[in-house]
Each structure stands twice: as C-alpha cells, then as structure tokens.
Design a protein around this ligand. Structure first.
Ligand code: 5RP
Length: 262
C-alpha cells in the first residue's frame, strides 16, 4: 500500500487499537431533514470530538462543520435519489474526486445496491472510485445498501455484497450487523465496519449489537441514528467508544452511559 493510502487508512482505523468509531451524518442526502439532524451543525458539534471519523456529504461538511476540525472526514460521494423517488438504488457519483482532495478527506464512501436493477451502475461507480482512490492515495469505503428493504440484512446477502465490494478493490466495507455475522467477516478480505441502522428500542440493544460485531471481527462502527437520535448522544458515543476501543462489555457500556447522561 502506498504511503498516502496507508497514512489515510491509519487516520480512519486507529493504529493504537486497530478499531474505529465513525459518526455517520450523511442521512440527509436521501432522507432530507431526518429526525434529530434537522440542524446538522447543532447535532454534530457536541459529538465530533468523540468521533474518530465524521461521515458527511460535502454540503453538510462545508456548511455545518468547522474547517478547523482535526477529526478526519470520510466524504459521502454517492447519491442522486430520494426516499420518495422511484428507486433509491439509482445512485451515481455526486462529487468529483478533485473536490474530495480539496476538502482534504481521509476517505470517500459510496453505496452499492446489489440485487437491484441498478446493481451494475453502482458497482461500476465503485470501481471508478477505486481507480481514482488508488491514483491519489485515498481509501474508498463501500456501503452495502439495502434501500427500504431492511429485511435483506442477512449473512448470505450481506456476505455477497461485502465480498463483491472487496473484489472490486474497496479498502473498507460498511455493512449491517446480522445473525452469523462471522460468515460476512470470513468471506471479506478487507476490514468491515457496521452501520447502526434505525434506532433500536433500548441502549442495551445497541450496545449488544456493537459488542457482538467487534467480537466477531468488525473493526468498528459507522453509526448515526443510534447515537444522535438518543436523548443523550454524547453519553451514547462515549459508551460506544468503550465497546469499540476498550473491549467494554454491554453492561460496562451501559454503566458509562448512565454515568455520562447524569
Ligand atoms: C446510508 C448510510 C448511513 O450513513 C448509515 O446507514 C449509517 O447510519 P445509521 O447508523 O443511522 O444506520 O450510509 O446509506
């Protein structure tokens, strides 16, 4: 791996623990002003210092994040569809690679929609992005999107998507946690982070999911709603950090959450 690529990867996956807590704040690119991130600046400000990486679009980055931040950015560069449109899967690349370089990002992220009519176009977009990423030493994160069909989140499907993304050259895969998650990990030769998905009923549900994912080999999380839709988002991200970086148990994480929320 060339120096620039290696250096950026080590800004994403922390070299001291081999893990990462990425904070996903890109939801507006197809969901609009999602609950609890209507004012993105207000949501991001208290949390950014606790995230190893922030994942916004360029619009939110430019308008809602201080350029003085020391938190590395993984830029969402795919989109072009909305939750009320015909097909969420009909995504393209929305942001020029030069723009990502200008924004001094640590990585770029795009969704792939395997098993949809737009599978080919999103996989070719991933390949194109990897070509550019290799040219400039910028890691590419492939997000194995499921669109509105959350039921698709099983090991067979997510394993297939993750492996294809890795075969096409991405440097990190973002997928969902699922039963038999170890099979997804086994079949994927690049590191995996998990998304949180829609907000779970209790904090403990989220802590158990993160702990299990780490135990089974995920290098971390790229989590949004289960952090910033929680009434105590800072307490939540601190607890998630303990799970990811310090091998805390779900009970330990709950203790941290209860203490931090005051
Ligand atoms: C959408 C995304 C989101 O960033 C992702 O779903 C992570 O956020 P959450 O933890 O809220 O699911 O990539 O395609």
């Amino acid at each position: 791996m060339q120096w620039g690529m290696q250096n950026r990867m080590s800004r994403i996956v922390q070299p001291d623990t081999g893990h990462t807590v990425m904070l996903a704040v890109d939801h507006g690119y197809f969901l609009g002003p999602t609950s609890c991130i209507e004012d993105a600046q207000k949501t991001i400000e208290p949390l950014i210092g606790y995230a190893d990486v922030l994942m916004p679009t360029r619009g939110v980055l430019r308008n809602c994040v201080s350029a003085k931040t020391q938190t590395p950015i993984v830029l969402r560069v795919s989109g072009g569809t909305s939750v009320i449109g015909e097909a969420l899967s009909n995504e393209g690349i929305t942001t020029a690679f030069e723009e990502a370089i200008r924004l001094n990002v640590a990585g770029v992220a795009l969704s792939i929609f395997v098993g949809t009519p737009h599978e080919r176009q999103t996989l070719l977009s991933l390949s194109e992005l990897v070509n550019q990423g290799e040219r400039y030493g910028i890691p590419v994160i492939a997000v194995t999107a499921v669109g509105k069909e959350l039921g698709k989140r099983d090991a067979r499907f997510l394993g297939l998507c993750s492996r294809i993304a890795a075969e096409l050259g991405c440097h990190l895969v973002k997928t969902y946690y699922c039963e038999e998650f170890e099979k997804v990990i086994e079949g994927c030769p690049v590191p995996i982070v998990i998304a949180g998905g829609p907000k779970l009923e209790t904090e403990m549900d989220a802590f158990r999911m993160v702990a299990d994912a780490i135990k089974k080999g995920a290098v971390g999380v790229d989590m949004g709603r289960n952090i910033w839709q929680n009434p105590h988002p800072v307490a939540m991200i601190k607890a998630v950090r303990a799970l990811v970086h310090e091998n805390a148990t779900p009970d330990g994480a709950l203790e941290i959450y209860m203490h931090e929320k005051g």
